[in-house]
Design a protein around this ligand. Structure first.
Ligand SMILES: C[S@@+](CC[C@H](N)C(=O)[O-])C[C@H]1O[C@@H](n2cnc3c(N)ncnc32)[C@H](O)[C@@H]1O
Length: 270
């Protein structure tokens, strides 16, 4: 459905979260940055420009899907693939682009979560957009998880440079660190799943996260059309018995997860 028709349908539904998401998406489409958001956006985009211009070499292990065809075994993904890149290349290829990052920021400003989880820190760009929203909201923390140590070190520089003291970076493979992080820091009322990018692993992580959410929570899944297996994972999670509402934005999928869900509603915005 085209955006104006879909947003009108979401507002007409009378469901508060659908109305909130319509507001968020409309603001992103219009590139409406509020006066108090502007300094944060400019500072984060300056850091992105600095990273994108960097010729510094970085060698790290990628523990996610190396290819889109889901041909790796879980053991192969756990072992990881060694990659050597410039920081600039890594930033251009993997950090959420401006519009998607602003969507996360606006989503957090609207829903005001207190306890946020991110899988896939990379260089800290999306973490900074989310942390800036928490800062402006006046409350909340973000735990963000990253497997590649040298990459996490640069993300730490990003959040330090931008003064985001609401962020904690957990370093290690999700396979090793997710359960402990959930045990220590749950319940979460928001999660952004942007790492690994393999369908079965994504379903597995979501399956571990869902029981550790508050009564009502928002889960954002990224790159849902990066591969067939990622699309399968989105289709499976949006049919989950605790999903009350889904919004399919082509690249990003947003889920409202509830312990006592009303009949599910699904919106597609193309
Ligand atoms: C797409 S990037 C995240 C981008 C980031 N959210 C942003 O927009 O700024 C995905 C990150 O997840 C990490 N990752 C992938 N699979 C992982 C795994 N199994 N355990 C831990 N980290 C993993 C990668 O090292 C990579 O930095």
């Amino acid at each position: 459905m085209d955006p104006p028709a879909a947003l009108a349908e979401m507002r007409a539904s009378g469901h508060p979260f659908a109305g909130d998401m319509a507001d968020v998406i409309e603001a992103v489409i219009a590139d409406r940055i509020e006066a108090d958001e502007r300094p944060h956006v400019d500072a984060i985009e300056a850091r992105r420009a600095e990273l994108e211009a960097s010729e510094q070499d970085i060698t790290y292990f990628d523990f996610g899907a190396a290819t889109r065809d889901a041909s790796q075994t879980p053991d192969e993904m756990y072992a990881g693939v060694e990659r050597s890149r410039t920081v600039g290349h890594l930033c251009r290829r993997t950090s959420k682009p401006y519009r998607s990052a602003v969507l996360l920021h606006k989503l957090l400003r609207k829903t005001k979560p207190q306890s946020c989880l991110e899988l896939g820190t990379c260089l800290g760009i999306s973490a900074s957009y989310q942390a800036a929203a928490l800062e402006l909201n006046g409350g909340g923390r973000l735990i963000t998880m990253e497997g590649a140590e040298p990459v996490a070190a640069l993300a730490q520089q990003t959040v330090d440079q931008l003064g985001h003291d609401r962020v904690t970076i957990v370093v290690g493979r999700f396979q090793d660190t997710l359960d402990g992080t959930l045990e220590t820091h749950s319940p979460f009322d928001y999660a952004f799943v942007d790492g690994h990018h393999e369908g079965a692993a994504t379903v597995d992580y979501c399956g571990r996260i869902f029981p550790k959410l508050t009564d009502t929570a928002v889960v954002v899944m990224d790159d849902i059309r990066w591969s067939d297996s990622m699309l399968d994972s989105w289709n499976e999670m949006k049919q989950h018995e605790n999903v009350e509402l889904s919004v399919d934005l082509a690249d990003i999928g947003i889920l409202l997860v509830s312990k006592a869900p009303q009949p599910a509603r699904h919106y597609v915005i193309s």
